[in-house]
Ligand binder design. Structure first.
Ligand code: UDP
Length: 472
């Protein structure tokens, strides 16, 4: 790519589900000729698979890490302590880094390229303050799905109209005033923090502040396919003059670089993948396995875990279940009466390379918490879903997957073994053909968007031009 070199600083919110897509974006920008400085916390940087080797492989990529001020053994979940650490420790360190960035990005005695812009994770709102103070253009990358972002942008209106907080506990009541949702939205589709009793509750206020702060970015980058979210994006466009939809980002990266196993994002896991799970999958019949993962943040109670366990074993289908070491507090144990069924049909694992698992021909369905990354990965793989939403954008994603796109089924919130068993049997049996046909259509649309002429492909080219134009 011709033209002057330029530097982009990328700053993810310090959690796995945020680091991986931003590594995809970093790699796409390196591929387009930019120098990229990717900023992690020390804690996450140490957990990345071989960052030094990555820097050698990607000579225009430079990793920086800063302290989050938390003790080494802190769980670092999405909670108040992490948010406080952002303000008290990460913010001043990030500022310091920005002030010296040009010196730090110098390599092999070559002068550092000028800093064009910061691409911040939308949740890191202090980056907007720093960018304004230091007069650096800032773009915002939002990990949650576009429909969630738009719904949160409408929260002040819902409060003003008296729809929020909910006056009673009936979750089936329709919410009016969030346009562009392709059909009615109900209280149960809104994030769980909307179930608070007071409008000034910190969780609700946090969501309002975070989303309103996005207006300070000079452009929004979203991991979605324009055609999938067109109606909601047309409303957002009235608020944000520049929106670049680049999704599914991992598929866009695959389309650009060809070999995903060598990609930067494939090394971006904070947990180690199980090396034997693909061999187990190889031994299973085609489309027979239900893959189960609740992402990186969801916690289960012991009782919920037992219900899932019964539902999975009793469904009679082979299953691969990712049980993260921190998914429940304390140790988990296979219920004695399920040991034989688990041994015969199950494969329990700490962490897998999910994109590879979803693409395996033995996998026939995905029982998911409806995280946005997982949903996009399932769409690209053409894999029908059972959704068990849990927090944040999961509810609205689950609604869209099951009711609008009709590419999955939604489990109700009460986790019940009979219900889980029936859902799995329905997805893998009578509903299979109908849902498969819908997801094949959506999957094609997503895959078409990332190749030449597709909307995400075009938007990436426009984003690159836009970032170049910021050079001073
Ligand atoms: N993931 C993975 N291996 C696993 C479980 C999850 O690589 O065993 C990845 C998955 O591919 C996805 C991310 O973790 O990219 C989870 O992101 P998502 O937005 O679905 O959920 P969240 O991080 O919000 O829980």
């Amino acid at each position: 790519m011709a033209g002057k070199q330029s530097l982009v600083v990328i700053f993810p919110f310090p959690l796995q589900g945020h680091i991986k897509p931003l590594l995809c974006l970093a790699e796409l920008l390196c591929h387009a000729g930019f120098h990229v400085t990717f900023v992690n916390t020390h804690h996450n940087h140490k957990r990345l698979a071989n960052p030094e080797a990555l820097s050698t492989h990607f000579p225009t990529l430079h990793f920086e890490s800063i302290s989050d001020g938390l003790p080494d053994d802190h769980p670092r979940a999405l909670n108040g302590e992490l948010l406080i650490a952002l303000k008290t420790s990460i913010r001043p360190h990030f500022r310091e880094l920005l002030e010296t960035i040009s010196i730090k990005a110098e390599s092999n005695d070559a002068p550092a390229p000028p800093l064009n812009c910061i691409i911040t994770d939308g949740l890191v709102t202090f980056a907007f303050d720093l960018a304004e103070e230091l007069e650096i253009p800032v773009l915002s990358y939002n990990v949650p799905c576009a429909r969630y972002l738009w719904t949160c942008l409408c929260l002040p209106d819902l409060i003003e109209q008296g729809q929020l907080p909910f006056p009673d506990d009936d979750m089936s009541v329709e919410i009016t005033g969030v346009s562009g949702m392709d059909g009615p939205l109900h209280r149960q589709d809104l994030p769980s923090f909307c179930r608070v009793k007071q409008a000034n509750h910190p969780a609700l206020q946090f969501a309002i502040n975070w989303t309103q702060a996005q207006r300070r970015a000079s452009a929004l980058i979203l991991d979605t396919v324009y055609e999938l979210d067109a109606s909601c994006l047309s409303h957002m466009a009235l608020m944000f003059p520049k929106i670049y939809t680049l999704g599914p980002l991992h598929a866009l990266l695959n389309a650009q670089i060809g070999n995903v196993s060598k990609s930067l994002a494939s090394h971006g896991g904070l947990w180690k993948s199980d090396p034997n799970c693909m061999t187990w999958l190889d031994s299973q019949p085609s489309r027979s396995v239900i893959y189960v993962s609740f992402g990186t943040l969801v916690n289960l109670t012991r009782a919920q875990m037992i219900e899932f366990w019964y539902g999975l074993v009793n469904s009679g289908h082979p299953f691969m279940w990712v049980i993260r070491s921190d998914i429940i507090y304390g140790a988990h144990q296979i219920p004695a009466e399920l040991e034989i069924g688990t041994k015969e049909r199950g494969y329990i694992v700490d962490w897998v390379s999910q994109e590879e698992v979803l693409a395996h021909k033995a996998v026939g369905g995905f029982l998911t918490h409806s995280g946005w990354n997982s949903t996009l990965e399932s769409i690209v793989a053409g894999l029908p879903m059972i959704c068990w939403p849990n927090l944040g954008d999961h509810y609205i994603i689950s609604r869209t997957v099951s009711q609008k796109w009709k590419i999955g089924l939604q489990l109700n919130e009460i986790c019940d073994r009979c219900n889980i068993e029936t859902m799995i049997q329905t997805l893998m049996g009578p509903k299979r053909e109908e849902i498969q046909s819908s997801i094949d259509t959506i999957s094609k649309l997503a895959r078409d968007s990332v190749v030449k002429g597709g909307s995400s492909h075009n938007n990436l080219e426009q984003l690159i031009e836009y970032i170049r134009s910021l050079q001073h």
